[in-house]
Design a protein around this ligand. Sequence first.
Ligand code: ZN
Length: 178
Amino acid sequence: MALITCPECSHDVSDQAAHCPNCGHPFVTASSDTTPVTETSTRLRMLAIVTIASGALIAVGSIMPWRTAILPFVGTINVNGTEGDGIITLILGAMIAATGLVVLLMGRTPGASVAGAFFTAAAGLVAYLAFQSTLEVIQLVDSDVGSASIGVGLWLIAIGIVGAAIGTVGTLTTKANG
Ligand SMILES: [Zn+2]
């Protein structure tokens, strides 16, 4: 057990002490050093789980209806995402979840986070184009007696993309120490 000198009162103190027994000055000990690292890895784990959940949400949204149309004599038509570009967002969602899993299992992995952010941007572009084409269909159908609306799948993907952006950019900007 070594002795150190308190910077506040110059009292000799054990280097194992958390506080100076003379003046109460707090010392940075080995145990208090680990606290910020633990907080950071908790934050990193939470962001990784957000990334995994968001990727799964994008994948689930991909196989659900992207467009619902109610037409006279025909009835309700659901167009599922996987009948079109949903195959792309299904794969992207799975890959986003995979990058989150890498960060969850291996800790801070900038390469995985950058890839996840890239996949999220790509899924965002596909979903944006699907929104646009669906809005065009809605305008066309509403001029008739039928109706059309954006399906639940596209809304789930929109939520998933916001979550994946927060998760991937968050894990990328979370520092390893403090
Ligand atoms: Zn002291």
